[in-house]
Design a protein around this ligand. Structure first.
Ligand code: NAP
Length: 347
């Protein structure tokens, strides 16, 4: 079989002399970021190495040693903004090793949380985290994922995302990640505002999109989910498609109403009712998230378009109902039951 048929597109053939370490011939599937030695026409040897690779240490996939380390994980958070920091605080508090990368320099914040901050994605990936958690804005997720030097990661890394829409990152991961990586799509349905007093009882949605069968991979996924379970989250296993359908109503609708109300510039008054207080809290809760997040909910959840149309229709319908009744009352006052005007207006 032609080598070019079985090798990933980022693979280069190097002369055997340039290899870092000649490894015994075993497996012919070339993991990205590693090198193996294969016989060429069964006589000489060549080293196959993915381009832009770190030094080759071993050709065998490294088994995860979760059980040796208890259930402590090495978690790399990509996107260390508002939500990434919020999650990292709890990961670190539970004793996991947390690394972070972001386009902004958050090294001071990271230090205060016990997180190792990297300003270079290559350096972070070379730390071989067990879990790589994508916590960037929905709008930037694809560009960030494409820019990650995934060839530097251990090839069975678990990729997790926490984006507030789910079908989009699922498809992105399946499209861009090599089949050896595990994929867990999640949505903690709370944030720094709603979860500031703890996560107990708050919903955590997850979909095990692709988790390898081996015990270590199953265990690693379990260990990650356990972080949220330990905090008392309500764990909900749900497909990404089902999430998006449901979330459009409960999440996009909530954010839209909150942002519409914000445009009215509502003020607290000495006679606030409970209902009005709820509206003020809604404005506070939704507008403390970035506009980019809200925009992502609209653009990347196909159900949101239908929902905003329905909302528009519902407001129009309600206005029509009110004005029709108002017109009815006016008409009754202006005309008698025969339709004639009882009062000659203007005479
Ligand atoms: P966000 O505005 O959705 O995202 C901010 C993050 O995205 C920051 O880490 C930021 O990096 C990064 N980012 C934005 N544009 C970027 C670009 N062009 N290139 C690289 N990085 C970029 O706010 P967030 O609240 O932190 O949310 C992060 C993710 O968590 C989102 O996907 C959101 O849907 C999800 N989520 C949020 C909540 C919540 O309550 N906030 C709850 C559940 C899930 P820098 O800071 O370095 O610029």
């Amino acid at each position: 079989m032609l080598l070019s048929r079985v090798l990933p597109s980022n693979t280069t053939l190097l002369p055997a002399s340039s290899r870092t370490r000649a490894a015994p011939l075993r497996c012919h599937r070339v993991p990205v970021g590693r090198a193996i030695t294969v016989p060429v026409r069964c006589r000489s040897t060549m080293t196959i190495q993915a381009r832009d690779t770190p030094p080759v240490l071993d050709i065998e996939p490294q088994p995860l040693k979760l059980l040796d380390r208890g259930t402590k994980l090495k978690i790399a958070v990509i996107g260390f903004g508002n939500f990434g920091q919020f999650l990292a605080r709890t990961f670190a508090a539970q004793g996991h090793e947390v690394l972070a990368y972001s386009r902004t320099d958050y090294s001071d914040t990271a230090r205060s949380l016990g997180v190792a901050f990297f300003d270079n994605q290559h350096d972070l990936c070379e730390q071989h985290p067990d879990v790589l958690l994508l916590s960037t804005s929905i709008l930037s997720a694809e560009a960030v994922l494409r820019s990650l030097p995934i060839q530097r990661l251990r090839r069975s890394t678990l990729f997790v995302d926490v984006l507030s829409v789910k079908e989009f990152p699922r498809n992105l991961f399946l499209q861009l990640l090599p089949p050896d990586f595990d994929i867990l799509c999640t949505h903690p349905m709370f944030g720094p505002e709603s979860g500031k007093h703890g996560w107990a009882g708050l919903p955590f949605v997850y979909d095990k999109v692709r988790i390898g069968d081996s015990d270590d991979r199953v265990e690693r996924c379990h260990a990650f989910l356990e972080i949220f379970e330990r905090e008392g989250c309500r764990m909900v296993e749900m497909s990404c498609a089902e999430h998006d359908e449901t979330a459009a109503e409960i999440q996009f609708l909530t954010h839209t109403i909150g942002r519409v109300l914000a445009k009215l510039d509502l003020k607290s008054t000495p006679i606030n009712t409970k209902g009005y207080e709820t509206l003020l809290n809604l404005v506070q809760n939704t507008c403390s998230d970035s506009y980019e997040l809200y925009n992502g909910l609209f653009i990347y959840n196909k159900n949101s378009t239908e929902l905003i149309e329905k909302l528009d229709g519902a407001l129009d319908g309600m206005k029509k109902e009110l004005f029709d009744r108002l017109h009815g009352i006016f008409r009754e006052q202006l005309f008698d039951s025969s339709g004639r005007r009882p009062i000659d207006v203007g005479n």
